[in-house]
Design a protein around this ligand. Structure first.
Ligand SMILES: C[S@@+](CC[C@H](N)C(=O)[O-])C[C@H]1O[C@@H](n2cnc3c(N)ncnc32)[C@H](O)[C@@H]1O
Length: 360
């Protein structure tokens, strides 16, 4: 396992399921919008008529990219007027549900192409741990809740599946891979950015004390997996293979490449901020006291983000059984909801935004 690459790790549940339930990342990204607005004001633009290029790294099915791209395009239009072309590249893994993304671009009420005849969207199905756009071509980069997924799984986690519940040597391996992948991501993006370009990266964070705020839901899901082994819904071998390559970092880990002299691969940090992201479902529960509704929303948050990766190691999924992911997902969601309803707990998480610029 230690050398296993995870090319489809972090791919969200398809048929638009992610778009439907991804309220938590949408909330985190909305806290980062003021940073994006400022980056749009500050990005260096020449006076020519060549397209201004925006890259959206880890777009998934697109719904959560609409508002940030709208904000970026409106800000750019104030600077360049209505006619200069703007290209928007949505990058995600090849197995991403791009069909839903194109549907969103065609018909979503928030689609940024509405009344913007000179905006040209495109999608790229390639890992952002590779070069995805030509050198020096990107004016503005945006990446939300995506670079938390590592390029590979560095180790299995005994008794759990999420990095922030690992300890000792296993945790150290995640930390090392997290550092390596952050540097790789920055190096690749630095090459793609134009001089004077801006890159805004939004990520789930660990607070300074190491808490993610997602401990309860992850622990409950972990218990569900044990329950499923006991009920013969999955085998213990399958359970033992389950691990997420998601690695939320602390602020200091994001800043580490810049620690020596403030410069990494021609990038410098303009802003960095960690904020608390209150659980909207919990706020609703405090108002209406409806445990079922709270648990439904929390389980629906978990499923489209994490179930595809957990399910990817099931024998039936590996054998190409198209139904297996859905069956596993239904069972896990039902059991998780029951557990969450029995002990209502908030999922207050943390989000961090870092804004980088490339020097000339
Ligand atoms: C939680 S979704 C975030 C989607 C959207 N940006 C948002 O804020 O809601 C994470 C996305 O990152 C993508 N991702 C993870 N690793 C990736 C990689 N190596 N290359 C490209 N995309 C990746 C996943 O496929 C997934 O679509």
């Amino acid at each position: 396992m230690s050398n296993e690459h995870a090319p489809s790790h972090g791919v969200m549940e398809g048929k638009g399921a992610y778009n439907k339930y991804a309220k938590l990342p949408a909330g985190g990204a909305s806290l980062a919008l003021p940073f994006l607005e400022k980056a749009v004001r500050d990005v260096e633009l020449d006076s020519g008529n060549q397209p201004v290029v925006i890259a959206d790294y880890g777009s998934s099915q697109g719904k959560n990219s609409m508002i940030p791209m709208q904000v970026a395009i409106r800000g750019l239009r104030r600077r360049i007027g209505p006619n200069r072309p703007i290209s928007v590249f949505h990058i995600d893994q090849p197995t991403n549900d791009f069909a839903t993304l194109f549907g969103v671009l065609d018909a979503d009420p928030d689609r940024y192409v509405l009344d913007e005849p000179n905006v040209f969207p495109a999608a790229i199905g390639r890992s952002f741990y590779e070069s995805v756009l030509p050198p020096g071509s990107v004016h503005l980069g945006w990446s939300s809740y995506a670079a938390v997924w590592l390029s590979r799984v560095p180790a299995l986690i005994p008794g759990h599946f999420i990095s922030f519940r690992s300890t000792g040597q296993t945790h150290a391996e995640f930390e090392r891979q997290g550092a390596k992948d952050w540097e790789a991501f920055l190096k690749l993006r630095a090459r793609e950015l134009r001089a004077g370009g801006r890159l805004v990266v939004v990520l789930p964070a660990l607070a300074d004390d190491g808490l993610a705020g997602l401990e309860n839901i992850m622990d409950q899901a972990n218990e569900v997996l044990e329950e499923m082994v006991a009920d013969h819904a999955i085998t213990s071998e399958e359970r033992d293979r389950m691990v997420l390559s998601a690695y939320p970092r602390r602020k200091r880990e994001l800043l580490a490449p810049f620690a020596r002299d403030g410069l990494f691969q021609h990038l410098t940090v303009k802003e960095v901020e960690v904020a608390e992201l209150p659980d909207q479902a919990w706020a609703d529960y405090e108002r209406d006291g409806n445990k079922e509704s709270l648990a439904t929303k929390q389980a629906q948050f978990f499923r489209p983000i994490f179930v595809p990766t957990l399910a990817s190691v099931l024998d039936r999924v590996r054998a190409g059984d198209a139904e297996a992911l859905g069956t596993f997902g239904d069972q896990l969601e039902r059991r998780l909801k029951r557990r969450l309803a029995s002990q209502p707990t908030p999922t207050h998480s943390f989000v961090q935004t870092i804004v980088l610029t490339k020097d000339g």
